[in-house]
Write a protein that binds this ligand. Structure first.
Ligand SMILES: N[C@@H](CCC(=O)N[C@@H](CS)C(=O)NCC(=O)O)C(=O)O
Length: 184
């Protein structure tokens, strides 16, 4: 969102790592939930949760990425869908990375993946016309969620059976914002 809004020069990025069990360098002072991202502001308290931060950045940049009603409700619902995919994908990662092997619960991991599958199928079936419209917060969130699936769950092959979404992602991934923030 910072890249799309042309605001990168107004923000300093600070690295943070941690998990629910070991918060490490997570910004606990800025976000009591111990999660990233959080945004420190010169003119007020820190704000957190990427949806809140995106709205804030968009507001500063002129409000291009959250359209007027009634499209706004679509944008927010599709954005929430992307966040749901990411939340499920992150919980799957934590199950493998944080939980001791003898306590891992594969049914629970698969249940999380089922959420992602249903959401991806819904996007393929019902949301392609929205994705074809003007770039908005939902499209940015969806592209990030798909990028995260490629990074952490490539073996699940989210593109299989979803040609429209796969084609959309390939085009969106060419945007300079996505190129500049590609996960290695
Ligand atoms: N809804 C939040 C989710 C953020 C999130 O889950 N961030 C992960 C990134 S690794 C995190 O900070 N996890 C640490 C934890 O859950 O303790 C957002 O969009 O900002």
């Amino acid at each position: 969102m910072l890249h799309e809004a042309d605001m990168t020069d107004r923000v300093e990025l600070v690295e943070a790592t941690g998990t629910p069990l070991a918060p490490g360098t997570m910004p606990l002072g800025q976000n009591p939930l111990g999660k990233i991202p959080a945004l420190e502001r010169a003119d007020g308290p820190a704000i957190y949760d990427s949806r809140v931060i995106c709205r804030y950045v968009d507001d500063l940049a002129g409000g291009r990425f959250y359209p007027a009603k009634s499209r706004l409700w679509e944008t927010l619902t599709l954005e929430a869908t992307a966040h749901g995919i990411m939340d499920a994908a992150i919980l799957m990662v934590y199950e493998g990375r944080v939980r001791p092997p003898e306590k891992r619960f594969s049914d629970w991991v698969e249940a999380q993946w089922s959420k992602a599958v249903r959401a991806l199928d819904a996007v393929e079936a019902r949301w392609m016309s929205h994705l074809a419209g003007p770039v908005d917060g939902a499209q940015i969130a969806m592209a990030c969620a798909l990028g995260y699936l490629d990074l952490r769950h490539a073996d699940r092959d989210w593109r299989a059976g979803r040609p429209a979404l796969a084609a959309w992602e390939a085009r969106f991934a060419e945007r300079p914002s996505m190129q500049a923030t590609k996960s290695a």
